[in-house]
Ligand binder design. Structure first.
Ligand SMILES: Nc1nc2c(ncn2[C@@H]2O[C@H](COP(=O)(O)OP(=O)(O)OP(=O)(O)O)[C@@H](O)[C@H]2O)c(=O)[nH]1
Ligand SMILES: [Mg+2]
Length: 191
């Protein structure tokens, strides 16, 4: 395990995963990215690196189809922040849960910026629960397609499979612990 690794949690689910990964023995730089100030403010206090993207879903939506023009989303301030926070990290894990607009658009854009800095970038994302509907699945699949084009490696975990593996009295927190453990194992194997 390379200590010079960095994990970037993006969007609502990605930031939640980051909080759970922060409880592990990983010695990585942790960065939370979201377009919701509230979510960033209320993150576990051990996550101190926070990047606020001041763009709502309406502004981000178009980037699902074309994640390549990142200049409008990552301003100089965000780029400088990312540059400084990752400057000693060669390997970067991007963690998000697929199906949302925020993670789905910002993750490929950040991955692209990090690739321009010659980092190794591995993305971890989920497929949405089937009960969430086709629209979310479509966003998640497009996100995967975009990440595959940009990242060195991408790991897709199906939320449905984890759901099936739960015990009768388990709840969403239990599901999230299972998901974060899967991500943790994969990160340890890859880096
Ligand atoms: N396992 C798990 N999946 C989650 C969790 N939160 C969200 N998801 C999944 O991730 C998808 C995207 O949700 P968010 O991560 O909240 O979306 P976002 O990236 O913030 O994007 P927005 O739609 O703009 O809010 C959902 O449709 C769910 O399938 C979570 O806590 N655990
Ligand atoms: Mg969100």
């Amino acid at each position: 395990m390379n200590k010079k690794c960095c994990i970037i949690g993006i969007g609502g689910g990605g930031c939640k995963m980051l909080e759970l990964l922060a409880e592990s023995d990983l010695l990585c730089t942790l960065i939370a990215v979201n377009n919701e100030k509230g979510t960033l403010n209320f993150l576990d206090s051990c996550i101190t690196n926070k990047i606020y993207v001041n763009k709502d879903q309406e502004a981000l939506k178009g980037y699902l189809e074309n994640p390549y023009n990142e200049e409008n989303i990552l301003d100089e301030n965000i780029k400088n922040n990312l540059y400084e926070l990752t400057k000693d990290c060669n390997e970067i894990a991007i963690v998000m849960t697929g199906g949302g607009v925020t993670g789905g658009t910002i993750a490929p854009i950040i991955a692209k910026y990090l690739k321009s800095l010659s980092k190794t970038v591995v993305a971890f994302t989920t497929l949405p629960f089937t009960f969430e509907g086709k629209k979310r699945e479509k966003i998640a699949r497009k996100t995967i397609e975009n990440l595959e084009e940009i990242c060195d490696q991408i790991e897709v975990i199906d939320n449905n499979k984890i759901l099936k593996s739960l015990n009768k009295n388990d709840n969403m927190d239990d599901l999230n612990v299972k998901l974060s453990n899967i991500i943790l194992r994969k990160i340890k194997n890859i880096f």
